[in-house]
Design a protein around this ligand. Sequence first.
Ligand SMILES: [Mg+2]
Length: 191
Amino acid sequence: MMQKAIFLDRDGTINHDPGYIKDPSIVKILPGVAEGIKRLKDDFGFKMIVISNQAGVSKGLMTLEDVENVNRRVNELLMEEGAEIDAFYYCPFHPEIDSQEKAKCRKPSPFMIVQAAEDFEVDLSLSYMIGDKASDVEAGINAGVKTVLMESSSTAQEISALHNLGKKPNFTAANFLEACDFVIKDLSGGF
Ligand SMILES: [Mg+2]
């Protein structure tokens, strides 16, 4: 049977985003994230898959190992609360530094979502992308999933960037639990 998945941005969506986070000891999970992930997995059977741009690697600000260590720490903290991410996909490249070919994984490209969908036999039409940036919403739309924009300090900019592209999220949520509520209501045809 085909799976359904929630594709999640990492920094600013799951954990606090101080910018180019490389030290696992400063990882802080945002409120409601563990609870929301647990509900969507345990009660609704979604795979939870992180889709993250990590161009700090190409920029020389961190190593692949740093990214992996932060990913591991995110999951450790979630698991302390009974939640777990099934897989982490990240793009360490940037088109201004690397070839277009290498950087093709970078959101807003749907590349990583499509790759994860293949790896986990995910039906994209039953799946969602949750993120705090226009590029998250755009990647989701490009992959054919429904999208939720989570509010952050830059939400006004993100919405205007999307507006200029003629794209908009299916829902804008004040926080992670509200994003999860949207998914749950949407599943039952509540919108
Ligand atoms: Mg983010």
